[in-house]
Design a protein around this ligand. Structure first.
Ligand code: SF4
Length: 338
């Protein structure tokens, strides 16, 4: 069995970014009780350091405790499979994922600047290597999401972690919403449509959900459980078109310049212009100085309260900003409100 959470960035579950470890733990405990062989397949997003992400989220300790391997989907061994999609004809996937009987898909309930929402269908994207992710961003992200998710249709079970959600400029630097819900289904599209219905969002305005719905023959959705439950105040990203155009152009440029580049152009641009902290020195006095320095998990805050950009940029956990709201402000195009 493969468990696929969303650990895209080193920001804790209560910030609305990542799948809650308590949910992952419960799934693993239940699978182990049934003597299943379990592994976790995931890696951080493009612009985040996967090792630091796992350490900061305490995922490494967790995996050791349960003696479960974590497959880093960005660098593991893969095998090419035909998936006969409209955009993705063939795709490389981790061997272990291909051999698994079932993929437990554990996405976070959140928004996404490029795809409006990031739920069960989108969560499979974390399984493919960076090269394919980059290409999909250039050639048609929404259809690529549908193609990839279709491949897993018959062997997946999903539980959407909506205990805490993210709204606005997700998937990493949007606003937190306490939504207190878990949505489970043997059908990823049904889970996504149920999230939309509860959040009062017209799923037909979300391209990848509309495409998947049309492709599946307009199946009827039935919600079992608390049918009246509503996710209040769920807001999609505002004005995402400009952002999408910019993002796609940078991905296209990276694809074109690939042979000449040492690192990722996308990561370079996103970390330079995305959310990043700055300390307001005269608001950080006395004992707070030491606390601020100590809170940074990668030692990026110096004694004279400057932030070492190179140490912070691939992490940007915003712990300093979350814990010391008066002493730290944020720069960049997408910033969470407190
Ligand atoms: S400086 Fe702040 S945002 Fe950057 S890594 Fe340290 S705690 Fe996280």
């Amino acid at each position: 069995m493969v468990v696929k959470p969303n650990w895209v960035a080193p920001r804790a579950a209560d910030t609305g970014v990542t799948t809650d470890l308590r949910l992952v733990e419960e799934v693993i405990v239940q699978l182990k009780k049934r003597s299943a062989k379990v592994l976790i397949a995931e890696s951080s997003g493009y612009e985040f350091d996967p090792k630091k992400t796992n350490r900061i989220l305490k995922v490494d300790n967790f995996a050791k405790r349960y003696k479960i391997p974590i497959i880093n989907t960005r660098s593991c061994q893969t095998k090419t499979v035909d998936i006969e999609g409209k955009i993705l004809k063939k795709i490389r996937l981790p061997r272990e994922v291909l051999e698994a009987d079932l993929v437990f898909n554990l996405p976070k309930l959140k928004t996404h600047m490029l795809t409006d929402v990031s739920l069960a269908l989108k969560n499979f994207f974390g399984l493919i290597p960076l090269k394919e992710r980059r290409r999909a961003h250039v050639f048609g992200l929404d259809q690529a999401i549908v193609d990839l998710a279709s491949y897993f249709t018959d062997r997946t079970f999903v539980i959407v972690d909506g205990m805490t959600a993210m709204v606005g400029t997700g998937p990493v630097f949007g606003n937190v919403l306490r939504s207190n819900v878990l949505i489970a289904s043997g059908n990823c599209l049904a889970a996504d449509l149920a999230c939309c219905r509860m959040a009062k969002i017209d799923f037909k305005k979300i391209t990848h959900l509309r495409l998947a719905y049309e492709q599946r023959g307009n199946e009827k959705l039935q919600i079992i459980g608390d049918k009246e439950f509503k996710i209040k105040n769920f807001e999609l990203p505002k004005f995402p078109m400009l952002y999408r155009l910019g993002y796609r152009s940078v991905f296209a440029l990276e694809e074109f310049l690939r042979p000449f580049l040492k690192g990722s152009l996308v990561a370079e641009v996103v970390t330079r212009f995305g959310a990043r902290p700055e300390i307001v020195k005269d608001k950080a006095r006395g004992g707070m100085r030491r606390k601020l320095i100590n809170i940074c998990p990668v030692g990026a805050i110096t004694k004279d309260l400057k932030i070492d950009f190179e140490k912070c940029r691939r992490v940007r956990c915003l712990r300093c900003y979350d814990k010391f709201p008066r002493a730290v402000k944020l720069k960049g195009i997408s910033k969470p409100k407190r």
